[in-house]
Design a binder for this molecule. Structure first.
Ligand code: HH2
Length: 286
């Protein structure tokens, strides 16, 4: 069987095992790492150190974000988002890795792609057709995430008749729009959007039925790391959710996630190695 791969502009990511995307938020207000790399300007040496550490720990992608999407976060202007992320992207693009930008603004994505970014991660799933056009004009990868509503209000009263069916329908529809625009399936990533307009029951249902969310052979990403669902289940604050998050990443991987978006790279990579060894019958069987 040919090895599946994600084409990301100048780079290619093999998906023979679940790969890790490390989160680097250049924001004052992200729910878990807000303020770590931004006080006025981006603290470039601190971001570069964190990026090196994530790569040494086994991350395959670095996902840079300049706008928090946590419920109730303040919107950020295009100019401010560019001011936060562009210097960081330029530095990280010097490294031997895949650099992703978490943005839902087509103009910000266009500038980042011009600088050579390999993947655009859009939490609105290409709802703005201009974003699909921008990606179609590049050879970068595109991650489309499902969200019910808007970040500021999405957790007020999330409601679905059939959460798996509705999320899947959205992902199918957006992937079709991308393919029609000329973005090949091996440049796409789909993501059910854990915590984005979803209750704990919705999130757990999506994780249980992850297999039903796969669309053709398109790569599937899960982002559960340190989120409220882990806090609700474990009763722990954000800083103490590593173990719960690693467990969730491993369960997502076992159910077919090709990529997991995480804050705790080293711990997640170790856990995924255990899973990969178990799944590889060439290792450890008598
Ligand atoms: N979750 C967050 C942000 N971006 N992108 C994808 N594809 N999937 C996710 O689940 C996802 C995402 C939220 O996490 P974080 O970036 O840590 O927080 P904040 O939005 O507060 O910056």
């Amino acid at each position: 069987m040919p090895v599946r791969a994600l084409r990301c502009g100048a780079r290619t990511l093999e998906l023979s095992t679940t790969r890790v995307m490390g989160v680097l938020n250049i924001t004052p207000d992200s729910f878990s790492d807000g303020g770590r790399f931004l006080s006025g300007r981006a603290d470039l040496p601190a971001v570069v150190d964190a990026a090196h550490a994530m790569l040494e720990d086994g991350a395959a992608i670095l996902d840079v974000g300049g706008e928090s999407t946590r419920p109730g976060a303040e919107a950020v202007t295009e100019a401010e988002e560019l001011r936060r992320v562009m210097p960081v992207l330029e530095r990280l693009l010097e490294l031997d890795t895949i650099v992703s930008l978490d943005t839902c603004k087509p103009a910000v994505a266009r500038r980042a792609l011009g600088a050579g970014v390999h993947l655009i991660n859009d939490v609105t799933g290409g709802r703005d057709p201009a974003m699909i056009d921008v990606l179609a004009g590049s050879d970068a990868a595109f991650c489309l995430m499902h969200m019910q509503g808007e970040p500021r209000t999405m957790q007020n009263a999330p409601s679905y008749a059939d959460v798996v069916g509705e999320v899947r329908r959205f992902l199918v529809q957006q992937a079709a729009a991308c393919r029609q625009a000329g973005i090949a399936a091996d440049r796409l990533v789909l993501d059910p959007g854990f915590g984005f307009g979803k209750t704990l029951v919705h999130n757990l249902t999506l994780l249980r039925r992850l297999d039903a969310l796969r669309v053709d052979d398109i790569a599937l990403l899960c982002g559960i790391s340190r989120k409220r669902m882990i806090g609700t289940i474990t009763g722990r604050p954000v800083a103490e959710r590593t173990v719960g998050s690693v467990a969730a990443a491993m369960l997502a991987a076992e159910r077919g996630a090709d990529l997991v978006r995480v804050h705790d790279v080293a711990a997640t990579v170790d856990a995924l190695k255990v899973l990969a060894a178990l799944q590889d019958e060439g290792v450890g069987s008598l």
